[in-house]
Design a protein around this ligand. Structure first.
Ligand code: COA
Ligand code: AMP
Length: 631
């Protein structure tokens, strides 16, 4: 590693107060923090206690105040509706201020929760910033989740308001959101005061009198409000993410640490600066959307692109290159799956050749492992431009490992997201808690304290935070991923070592899918685990044991289970395959050996656990998996 990256990384770990104290200078504080890092309640830590700020003011108002009101803040490009909308910083500030006025008029205030269940429309970003403006805590739920998943999140967050839209548009299909929301509100115990619905012309929403209100009417009647001061340690948002059980985890993000870390990451990780056009082709429902569609580009004074479309089919595999050319995108961020989808339809980059990518400088990929094949193809297509794999998760909110282009461009090793980013002390642990050596695979952990911007806890559940992340290796945060660090300090992330799966860059819990499958009246027990998929990286597969006496046609049963998972979890789970088995492999204490089955499906060498009840079951499972085993 070169001196510059190494020196910065070392300093961030040895002198976190000085390092992050300097980074905090880039943020506008109403009151400066009294301290940088407070570890008195370790293993919990708090960044910038005593600091008072407003995240929305930092994202919008201060740029307007500095004379940049005319600069483009947000470009909404929607091939599915054939529209492009542009907002300058002044226009976006005004929209957000009025929307914040609406939220306040409907009773939302500092510390109240607001659930946002919306497609990729500018109003979704406006709603998030409006919450931040009044100190309300938003919780965005991804539109691809079904009613049950939404209900679970509503019951945990207990929002005063739910904001939604009449529909989302998925390629050529209109997906009505309101019936899903209505059903979720029937399922949930908690009752919000109001539901505010953005009516889109593509679908009409049936409104419940007294509860449901029209977005446009409410905003028009509202008076704009100024940003309210909040504590640096106050929550900005809760983002539910899949854990190893069916119950999602409410990742909390604070205001101060988040603003400082995200602002720092724009310049140092992404090499993105005020006025640059930055595009994260994700969804506001995921952490990438929170951090790099909404907050970070605006905190840094960039222009952010919000894209309502797909990499292919809207209308063709040149869609991404068209957006880059049309809006002068300098830095793009997407998931490897999207690149695989483009490559499949346009292997020689004919569509790419039709667009002027003159201002395009770098492509960042995350959300799942970047396989060397996809990396090499993207590199071949994009010539000299860096293609950067970087690794992070909802919990951290910004990259843990990356080739930090803003510091320097390090040589790439395909298959590696390069090195730990300053602020993160990444370690590889053996099962017994000792440190693994170079090149040795183990669990990836991060030595505490985590840097600013990462989760301080789980919403309303300090105990679960401790148990889920801090107990496996005392003094360390457990990432849930496995991997190794080579002799040059390059990290290789091999994938999840728990029951979380990544499907097309979407994070899902096999536990949630299992709950849906297990609810089928003919299913005695089941196991859901990830199997490799050429396009999506992984997809879930369900193995089911039928109840005694049940005789089912496998295809019919599969269709029923697929429908149940779509209904309970959502289409985004991509649950499309199930097999009937006589029994599942278990330990003598009854634990289902999912990791062993995953290894079988991947064609990896299977270490048969010594605690297995009956090793012969593995042969039966291998036979059932055979058609899907990768070569
Ligand atoms: N609202 C409602 N439904 C949604 C949805 C949303 N926001 N997002 C996805 N879905 C649905 C899809 O319509 C699809 O439904 P179907 O089974 O009825 O066809 C299902 O969920 C699966 O979605 P997906 O896996 O995304 O499949 P796709 O065929 O629509 O698109 C890719 C495939 C590869 C183009 C797409 O997955 C992609 O662009 N992936 C990149 C992911 C990404 O950006 N992740 C964020 C992390 S950076
Ligand atoms: P999410 O919380 O949705 O961002 O998903 C986080 C998980 O996605 C991580 O724990 C990894 O398993 C996976 N992931 C994200 N980025 C990468 C990457 N660059 N390489 C390998 N895995 C990744």
């Amino acid at each position: 590693m070169s001196d510059r990256t190494a020196a910065l990384h070392l300093r961030s770990l040895e002198e976190p107060d000085a390092f992050w104290g300097e980074a905090a200078e880039a943020i506008t504080w109403r009151s400066r923090p009294e301290q940088v890092l407070d570890r008195t309640a370790a293993p919990f830590s708090r960044w910038f206690p005593g600091g008072v700020l407003n995240t929305c003011e930092n994202a919008l108002d201060r740029h307007v105040a500095a004379g940049h009101g005319d600069r483009l803040a947000l470009i909404h490009d929607s091939p599915v509706t054939g529209t492009v909308r542009r907002f300058s910083y002044a226009e976006l500030r005004d929209e957000v201020a009025r929307t914040a006025g609406m939220l306040a008029a409907l009773g939302a205030g500092r510390g109240d929760r607001v659930v946002i269940y919306m497609p990729m429309v500018p109003e979704a970003a406006i709603a998030m910033l409006a919450c931040a403006r009044i100190g309300a805590i938003h919780s965005v739920v991804f539109g691809g989740f079904a009613a049950h998943e939404l209900a679970v999140r509503i019951d945990d967050a207990r929002p005063v308001l739910v904001l939604s839209a009449s529909c989302g548009i998925e390629g050529a299909r209109v997906i009505a959101y309101k019936p899903l929301l209505d059903r979720a509100l029937e399922l949930a115990e908690h009752r919000p005061h109001h539901v505010v619905v953005l009516a889109r012309p593509q679908a009409e929403a049936v409104m419940v009198a007294g509860r449901d209100l029209d977005w446009v009417v409410q905003v028009a009647a509202a008076a704009p409000v100024d940003p309210v001061p909040v504590a640096a340690t106050d929550p900005l948002y809760i983002l539910y993410t899949s854990g190893t059980t069916g119950r999602p985890k409410g990742v909390v993000r604070d205001n101060g640490g988040h603003a400082v870390a995200l602002h720092w990451s724009m310049a140092n990780v992404y090499d993105a600066h005020p006025g640059d056009v930055f595009w994260a082709a994700s969804d506001v429902g995921w952490v990438v959307g929170h951090s790099y569609i909404v907050y970070a580009p605006l905190l840094a004074g960039c222009t952010t692109v919000m894209y309502e479309g797909k990499p292919v089919g809207t209308p063709d595999p040149g869609a991404f290159w068209r957006v880059i050319a049309e809006h002068g995108v300098r830095t793009m961020f997407t998931a490897p799956t999207a690149i695989r989808a483009i490559r499949k339809e346009d292997p020689e980059g004919e569509h790419l050749g039709r667009h002027d990518l003159g201002r395009f400088e770098s492509l960042f990929l995350a959300g799942e492992r970047l396989d060397p094949d996809t990396y090499l193809w993207a590199t071949r297509m994009l010539g000299d431009r860096p293609v950067i794999d970087h690794w992070w998760q909802t919990e951290t909110g910004w990259p843990i490992a990356a080739n930090c282009l803003g510091i320097e461009r390090l040589p790439v090793k395909p298959g590696s997201p390069t090195r730990a980013v300053p602020g993160y002390d990444v370690r590889i642990m053996r099962g017994d808690g000792s440190a693994a050596g170079p090149g040795e695979e183990g669990a990836i952990a991060i030595r505490l304290p985590l840097p600013p911007g990462t989760l301080p806890t789980l919403w309303g559940d300090d105990d679960r935070f401790r148990a889920s992340y801090l107990s496996a290796f005392p003094g360390h945060y457990t990432t849930g991923d496995g991997g190794m660090i080579d002799a040059d300090g390059y990290l290789f992330v091999m994938g999840r070592i728990d029951d979380v799966i990544n499907v097309a860059g979407h994070r899902l819990s096999t536990g949630a899918i299992e709950e849906a499958v297990a609810a089928h009246p003919d299913v005695a027990e089941c196991a859901v685990f990830a199997i490799p998929d050429e396009l999506r990286g992984h997809v879930p597969l369900g193995l089911v044991v039928l109840k005694a006496g049940a005789v089912r046609d496998p295809d019919e049963l599969r269709a029923e289970l697929v429908a149940m998972v779509r209904d309970q979890v959502g289409a985004v789970a991509c649950f499309r395959d199930s097999r009937i088995v006589q029994r599942l492999p278990k330990t003598r204490s009854g634990k289902i050996l999912r990791a062993t089955m995953r290894a079988l499906a991947e064609g990896r060498e299977v270490a048969v656990p010594s605690t297995i009840e009956d090793p012969a079951v593995l042969d039966e499972i291998a036979a059932v998996l055979a058609p899907r085993v990768v070569p």
